[in-house]
Design a protein around this ligand. Structure first.
Ligand code: HPA
Ligand code: ZN
Length: 336
């Protein structure tokens, strides 16, 4: 058996994937047609699914990607669209050997274009329950807030009764912060996170993907997050690196994403070895698999090809992922 097979068989947890990022150009075109959504006429990339896929190989930055990401999700309208999207992801995750998946979605990217939160959630939650039943994958849904929007708009949506209901019922068990990172520092969202914490939600935030290491410390101190999404800029701040290692705060690293969005030049520049040497806990994730050329196992294999981790090191990475998950202790014990 190949090393890929070894990696496939490990009980992997995925902590950083955006369900909207599982939308392939092919499905995007099919849904746009079905839902009568007009794609931009003035951009050659929308000529065909093939042209769009080709454009995805040439992202220049996070914002360049986000432009396509938000247009793409405009094709999602009905609950069944959201369900099919998430189910497609869970099937990939299952064949890659994912045991537990904590998945993001972006409520504001849908409510802002007139899609009801309950429609989005119905679709995603149905797929999660099906993944648990048919694939044996445990799941957690995380609602992310878009940091390029005014913090007061984020707060207002958080307080909406449909969102509150989803938090209180446990259908959504965490909040995150994503979208354009600079110049939108974490501390702008202190009030939102204080309220989410009061509800007992798990807290995470994207920080240190394109933004500086100071965004990571702000997310920790001002938002009270227990994990950092991306966090690769942590290696620019030795003191913070040591603190995060000591406190066992997990980073959710997305290697292929970092290369495709040009946060690093090559996979070898993702600071995997530095994090291992410093004793920082991290997991390896796909972020937006339909946009970045790979699902979770492709990310594991890319890291292995670049860094040649030992079997013991891989087992350590996977164990850190299980321990850093938000599932209950019984589920962790099953996976450990
Ligand atoms: N960063 C910020 N926002 C995002 C990302 C990301 O990597 N993917 C989807 N939304
Ligand atoms: Zn992300």
């Amino acid at each position: 058996p190949s090393f890929r097979d070894f990696l496939r068989c490990l009980p992997k947890c995925e902590h950083h994937m955006h369900l909207e990022g599982a939308l392939t150009p092919h499905v995007l075109f099919v849904l746009a047609e079905k839902n009568n959504v007009t794609l931009p006429q003035d951009d050659e990339a929308f000529k065909s699914p093939e042209a769009l896929l080709e454009r995805y190989q040439r992202f220049t930055s996070l914002d360049d990607f986000l432009h396509y990401y938000y247009i793409g999700m405009s094709a999602l309208v009905a609950a069944a669209d959201f369900e099919a999207l998430a189910w497609d992801y869970f099937q990939h995750a299952s064949s890659d050997g994912v045991a537990h998946a904590e998945v993001f979605f972006d409520p504001q990217a849908h409510t802002s274009r007139g899609i009801k939160y309950t429609t989005v959630l119905e679709g995603f939650d149905t797929a999660c329950k099906r993944a648990e039943k048919e694939l044996g994958i445990t799941t957690i849904l995380t609602s992310c807030f878009l940091r390029h929007l005014p913090p007061k708009d984020c707060l207002e949506l958080f307080e909406d009764e449909d969102l509150q209901e989803s938090y209180k019922s446990g259908v959504v068990r965490a909040i995150g912060l994503d979208s354009s990172e600079k110049p939108f520092p974490p501390e702008n969202f202190t009030e939102l996170y204080t309220k989410a914490k009061a509800l007992g939600l798990n807290l995470t935030a994207h920080a240190g993907e394109e933004g500086p290491a100071s965004y990571i410390s702000s997310a920790l101190h001002n938002l009270g997050v227990t994990r950092i999404d991306h966090g690769i800029k942590l290696v620019d701040d030795q003191q913070l690196l040591e603190k995060i290692a000591a406190e066992k705060t997990m980073l959710t690293v997305c290697p292929l994403s970092n290369v495709v969005l040009r946060c690093v030049n090559t996979i070898k520049d993702v600071p995997i070895r530095k994090l291992l040497d410093a004793g920082v806990q991290f997991s390896i994730n796909s972020d937006d698999p339909a946009y970045f050329g790979g699902y979770i196992l492709d990310n594991y294999v890319a890291v292995h090809d670049a860094f040649k981790l030992s079997v013991q090191e891989w087992e350590g990475v996977v164990r850190a992922g299980i321990k850093g998950s938000w599932c209950d202790d019984d589920r962790k014990a099953e996976l450990l």
